[in-house]
Write a new protein. Structure first.
Length: 285
């Protein structure tokens, strides 16, 4: 069944350099390939969800600059609605990404303002089946999530926790699902990831908590139950950029189709693993 999914977060311009080894300090080297593509966590997840048959509505700031065409043309290609994304003066947030077999380094720069709290005012909230937020600009997100809770109390909400941000803990009790990166978990607590999940359960008793853990697969906790799914390695790992965003998209799609949590984790690891075996986000589904 096709669902209407709101994704609030970033769209970036990614300069992806493919290298035969990770660059050392002061090294001068030639890349094997350079791709200039659309990126950004929420935008990447939207592109995956649209390939899974859903209608995605992306809301995030877009630069009023010619370079944004890479982003908007990709949205159009995948049928993603971005009509309520404000256009602001400036340049798109940009990442230089160095991909080699040994490492994946991302150098990111942005001076474009983050999304303001009134960004959802014109979005047709009544038509949504799911809302997903990138955990970034805490105050604005808090207002948006409270508005959604008031207007659509039963709408499922997920929040991505990728990097620690000042005050982000005030958002924990608002969503139904917390989608955490391993880096976020490790900043939060030491020891096995199960410790982090137990801590988050105390801080957000209403939410299911999921942690993507790279080649270790993924962990989840809902109520007292801890779940783990193994990663599903592709024949050859080619491009892990956006594996976590693909994983999040697959989690949302599986939960929308009312799959149980173990099956949800398993299908998210399968799709994220498949993505790692190919360049970019055209998953040929
Ligand atoms: P990111 O670094 O993009 O935030 P992660 O490294 O946490 O994402 O990976 C997200 C998911 O992608 C993992 O839970 C796993 O299922 C899958 N994944 C990542 N790396 C690999 C890999 N090398 N082989 C197979 N699956 C992987
Ligand atoms: C991958 C990604 C890139 C982007 C960077 C922003 O998850 O969204 O596409 O440049 O992260 O932090």
């Amino acid at each position: 069944m096709m669902a209407n999914i709101l994704l609030v977060g970033t769209a970036t311009l990614d300069l992806v350099f493919t290298l035969d080894h990770a660059p050392g300090a002061d090294e001068e080297m030639r890349a094997q390939q350079l791709r200039t593509v659309r990126g950004g966590n929420a935008a990447n997840s939207a592109v995956v969800l649209s390939q899974l048959g859903h209608q995605c509505h992306f809301v995030g700031t877009l630069a009023d600059a010619p370079e944004s065409a890479v982003i908007t043309e990709d949205f159009i290609r995948y049928g993603i609605d971005f009509q309520h994304s404000p256009r602001l003066p400036g340049k798109p947030p940009t990442s230089s990404i160095y991909l080699s077999h040994q490492a994946r380094s991302i150098v990111h720069y942005r001076d474009l303002p983050e999304l303001a709290a009134d960004a959802l005012d014109r979005v047709a909230l009544d038509e949504l089946d799911w809302a997903h937020f990138e955990g970034r600009n805490v105050q604005a997100l808090s207002t948006m999530m409270h508005t959604l809770r008031r207007r659509r109390p039963a709408l499922p909400i997920s929040l991505e926790l990728e990097k620690p941000r000042p005050g982000i803990e005030q958002l924990y009790t608002l969503p139904d699902w917390l989608l955490c990166s391993r880096g976020f978990a490790e900043q939060h607590s030491t020891g096995p990831l199960a410790n982090f999940l137990c801590q988050m359960r105390k801080l957000a008793p209403q939410a299911g908590v999921i942690v993507a853990a790279g080649s270790e697969g993924a962990y989840a906790m809902q109520g007292e139950q801890l779940h783990h799914a193994s990663a599903q390695a592709p024949g050859q790992v080619i491009d892990t950029l956006g594996a976590g965003d693909t994983f999040n998209a697959a989690i949302i799609a599986a939960l929308l189709s009312e799959q149980a949590l173990p099956a949800t984790l398993h299908s998210a690891c399968a799709l994220a693993g498949r993505k790692c075996g190919m360049r970019g986000f055209n998953l040929h589904l």
